[in-house]
Every structure is written in structure tokens, then in C-alpha cells.
Design a protein around this ligand. Structure first.
Ligand SMILES: Nc1ncnc2c1ncn2[C@@H]1O[C@H](COP(=O)(O)OP(=O)(O)O[C@H]2O[C@H](CO)[C@@H](O)[C@H](O)[C@H]2O)[C@@H](O)[C@H]1O
Length: 476
């Protein structure tokens, strides 16, 4: 049995701001089926502590960046967790990465350095009679782990997964001492990045193997356009970089058993959900497709392109129901669009149950991202027979089969892709979507294909296991 320690800043269902949490929550269960036992090291945010009750204390750290911390072990919905209960770092009002106004916490470098340091100590000494064979960090919040492991002389292999390279976790060089980092490693070969400490770069240079969450994104990352300053480092590490597409939790996202919806086995069962969804969003009947979108509202997600291309959807009799939160300017623009078009409805906020209802009730799920390492909502869409309309990039390129004439002729199309990633191409894609929707035989075939597509973790869990086995020499 291989033992792996995940170091990660969010984990569904306990705490989630985006797709990272879904992966951290679902991959351990998938790995367990293949003989890999994962424990997930997670910050003890207030929202997390509120859900774990009196979990057993398995270690105490006297001075962890300015206060005493306890490590608590528990199992929540099948995931073995190690919760870093450090009130001076994590027990506060506001969100997990920043205050209520959206500003990053000024001590984020210390908050996530603490997580990494504890990860390194667990690798060094073990905890609760358990020592990992592999440490697997996710995104910049886990990036400093290999630095602390090196300082402690631990030679457990470190695997680093990039979910979103846009966040570098930079800290002022003046924090070197406060973070307990080795100044000799503050170089271009180490974790220095344009005069700052980069937690992301520390992870990239310190990992034995790096992966990201789709094959296409792994290739894109090597280019300046997508690498966002890290493409040079990644080109140097190219031999150790791979792409492993995300899966989704097939139990949580199952149209047959989903408690949030009227369950269904085939796409015809979507009708009742569509009716209910229209009611929830205050939308009337329409001839064209009911498009849904669930997302963080950021530059990445192409919401501005959607606003610009919207007339093309509305001209085809289509509708839009959108759920999201984030950039205040995008929120305002979306609410304005909803106020001026009867066929556009917007809910600002975060609502897990509603996101399920939208997958069940929508005809099409939109993902017009400028870049998308993998993307999960198009995978939910496939499983729910909700045809994805996506930008041709990253994991969206790898998981959706575009309704090209060839794919339609072969009966394999599952969605619509557009390229280049701009408003005009998206508008054209809306017109194509309208045509496909109007041709009910073709549309039904696409829904069937979508629902048949494997979107679970099976293949990808085996790919992670193979990376671990390669590094540990394990055979089973
Ligand atoms: N307002 C809201 N209400 C309810 N649910 C909401 C919501 N806003 C977002 N969500 C949910 O959050 C998740 C978002 O995951 P994505 O993979 O689509 O993007 P994200 O950019 O967060 O993840 C990053 O990491 C993941 C995981 O590797 C990659 O797939 C992705 O490409 C990368 O950008 C989905 O489960 C979605 O349903």
C-alpha cells in the first residue's frame, strides 16, 4: 500500500472556492481503489473546524509562525484529513484567501508556508504512526513544501500539480527570514522570481515530477502566452512534466441519484428539471437552447466575451441562466444584461445545490474560458446530457468532441468548440448551437454521446499511481 500526503489549501465538501477543492476531495477515494492511501493536509479555517467536531490531536507545534498549532486527524465523507488547527493563521472572519472585500490576507505567505512546513515535518517524522512515501502538493499554496523538506533532509519524493498557474504566491524578499527559507536558494535556479519569493516556482523546481490537469494545457504551459512567466522554468522541467485530465466524483454528480434534482436516466428526463430551473431563474418559455454557466467570475473565464456575444444567442431564441461571483465589474455587467433582456437571468453568489439544478435543467453548459487547465463544469454537463459549448483550449479541447461535419457523420460529437477565443467566434458558435438544437435528432444523439462519455477518475487515478510508483519503486 503506497501512502501519499496531499498538501492542499481547499478540499470539498469542507471548503471550496473552485475546482481545486473538487480534485482534492475526489482523487483520494479514486486512488484508494488502487492501493494508494491518501491523507489530506488542510488548513483549519474556521469553516473547516466548525465541521470536524472534536477531532483527535495527533501533533502539537509550539511556535508555528507566531503561535501554537495542533494537527487534528479525522475522516469526513471517506477522506482522511489532517487539519492544521492554527488559530493565529486561519481562524478569522472573511474568506479563506482574503478579507470580505476580496483583498488577499497580508500574511498569506506565512499562512501557507505553515502548511508546507507541517507537510515537510510529517514527511520527516511521520504522524499518528503514519509516514508518507510520497508528498503531493497542489498549486502555489503547497509550493514551499520541497524547500522545507530539503532543509529537514527528507528525501521523500514530492509531486506537484498545477491547477492554475495564474497564481504565483509571491512574497517580498524581505520575508526570507520570517519564512525560515534558505537564502542560498533565493536564486534564479531556486525560488527567486523577479526579485520576489515565488512559492509556485519553489514547487516547480523542487518537484520530482510535475503535472497539470490536461494534456493540452501541459503543452500550452510551455509557451509564453500560457506559462504566465513560468514557461521558462517549465521548459527546463519538460522531461518531468505531464498532463493528467481531471475526473469528477461520479457519486456526487449522478443524474440518477442527485438529491437536488428530479432524477433521470436519459436526457428526456431533463424536461422536468428545465421547467423547474426556468421557474427558479424567472425565465419564460423560449424556442432556443437554455444555456447555463457556473463559474468564478474572473478574466480567465471569458465572461466579457460572453456578454459581447450574447445577442447571437438571444437572436436564436436562446436563454442564459448564470450563477457566479467574483470580479465586481463583471457582476455589475451581468446584472445589467439580465435587467435589460427577459431571456437572461443572473444569480450572484455561490450555491452548490443550484449548480446541480442548472446542470440538470440546462440544454447547454457554457465554458468560454481564455485558458482552462481542465475545467470541471463541462464534465458535469457531459454526465447530465447538457451539451458543452466551450473554447478550444486546455482541458476543454481534450474533453469535448466538437460537432464538426466529420464528427457528426461518425455520430461521436458531444459539444461545440470555438476558436479563436474571441467574441465573434463565440457568437458564431451560438449560431451553430442554435442550428444543432433545432435539429432534434442530431441534438438527442449529442446528448446520448455526452452521457456515455467516461468522465470519472478511473484512468487518471491510475496515471497518478503510475507517477507515484515510478518515484517510489512500488510495484503494487
Ligand atoms: N458560484 C458558484 N456556485 C456553485 N459552484 C460554483 C460556483 N462557481 C464555481 N463553482 C464550482 O467550482 C468548480 C470550478 O471548477 P473549474 O474546474 O471549472 O474551475 P477553477 O478555475 O475553479 O479550477 C482550477 O482547477 C481545476 C481543478 O484542477 C481545473 O479544472 C480548472 O481548469 C482550474 O482553472 C466547479 O465545481 C463549479 O461547479
Amino acid at each position: 500500500m503506497t501512502k501519499a500526503l496531499f498538501v492542499v489549501s481547499e478540499c470539498a465538501p469542507l471548503v471550496k472556492t473552485g475546482g481545486l477543492a473538487d480534485v482534492a476531495g475526489a482523487l483520494p477515494g479514486a486512488l484508494a481503489q488502487h492501493g494508494v492511501a491518501v491523507r489530506v493536509l488542510l488548513p483549519g479555517y474556521r469553516v473547516v473546524l466548525g465541521q470536524i467536531g472534536k477531532a483527535k490531536v495527533v501533533a502539537t507545534y509550539k511556535d508555528l509562525f507566531g503561535g501554537t498549532a495542533k494537527l487534528r486527524a479525522c475522516n469526513i465523507v471517506g477522506v482522511d484529513l489532517l487539519i492544521l488547527d492554527a488559530p493565529h493563521l486561519y481562524d478569522r472572519d472573511g474568506a479563506i484567501y482574503g478579507d470580505a472585500t476580496g483583498r488577499d490576507w497580508p500574511d498569506n505567505p506565512e499562512r501557507f508556508a505553515a502548511l508546507c512546513k507541517v507537510g515537510a515535518m510529517i514527511a520527516a517524522e511521520g504522524v499518528d504512526g503514519w509516514t508518507p512515501d510520497i508528498v503531493h502538493g497542489h498549486d502555489w499554496q503547497a509550493g514551499l513544501t520541497p524547500e522545507y523538506m530539503r532543509a529537514l533532509g527528507v528525501d521523500v519524493p514530492f509531486v506537484f500539480t498545477i491547477h492554475n498557474i495564474a497564481f504565483h504566491g509571491n512574497a517580498d524578499a524581505g520575508k526570507l527570514k520570517a519564512l525560515g527559507l534558505d537564502p542560498a536558494r533565493f536564486t534564479t535556479e531556486g525560488f527567486e522570481f523577479w526579485g520576489q519569493i515565488s512559492a509556485l516556482k519553489a514547487g516547480l523546481v523542487g518537484a520530482a515530477k510535475i503535472n497539470t490537469v490536461s494534456q493540452t494545457y501541459a503543452e500550452e504551459l510551455l509557451t509564453p502566452e500560457f506559462g504566465i512567466g513560468m514557461d521558462g522554468v517549465l521548459r527546463m522541467r519538460q522531461a518531468d512534466l505531464s498532463g493528467i485530465v481531471n475526473g469528477i466524483d461520479l457519486d456526487a454528480w449522478n443524474p440518477l441519484t442527485d438529491p437536488n434534482i428530479t432524477p433521470y436516466k436519459t436526457a428526456s428526463g431533463k424536461d422536468a428539471n428545465k421547467k423547474a430551473l426556468r421557474k427558479t431563474f424567472g425565465l419564460g418559455k423560449a424556442d432556443g437552447p437554455l444555456c447555463v454557466l457556473v463559474s468564478r467570475l474572473t478574466e480567465q473565464k471569458g465572461i466579457d466575451l460572453l456578454l459581447e456575444a450574447l445577442p447571437a444567442l438571444l437572436d436564436r431564441g436562446g436563454q442564459l441562466a448564470l450563477l457566479g461571483s467574483g470580479d465586481p465589474k463583471l457582476e455589475v455587467a451581468l446584472l445589467e444584461a439580465a435587467a435589460s433582456h427577459a431571456n437572461v437571468a443572473v444569480k450572484i453568489g455561490y450555491d452548490e445545490a443550484l449548480s446541480h439544478k442548472m446542470m440538470a435543467g440546462g440544454d447547454a453548459i457554457l465554458v468560454p474560458s481564455r485558458f482552462e487547465p481542465c475545467g470541471l463544469t463541462q464534465l458535469y454537463g457531459l454526465r447530465y446530457g447538457t451539451v458543452p459549448l466551450v473554447a478550444l483550449t486546455g482541458g476543454l479541447a481534450d474533453t469535448v468532441i466538437n460537432a464538426s461535419p466529420a464528427a457528426l457523420a461518425r455520430g461521436v460529437a458531444t459539444g461545440v468548440q470555438f476558436f479563436p477565443i474571441n467574441a465573434q467566434a463565440l457568437a458564431n458558435a451560438f449560431t451553430r448551437l442554435g442550428d444543432l438544437y433545432a435539429d432534434s435528432k442530431t441534438w438527442k444523439a449529442m446528448q446520448r454521446n455526452a452521457m456515455k462519455q467516461p468522465v470519472g477518475w478511473e484512468t487518471s487515478a491510475l496515471a497518478y499511481k503510475a507517477i507515484y510508483a515510478d518515484l517510489t519503486g512500488a510495484t503494487s
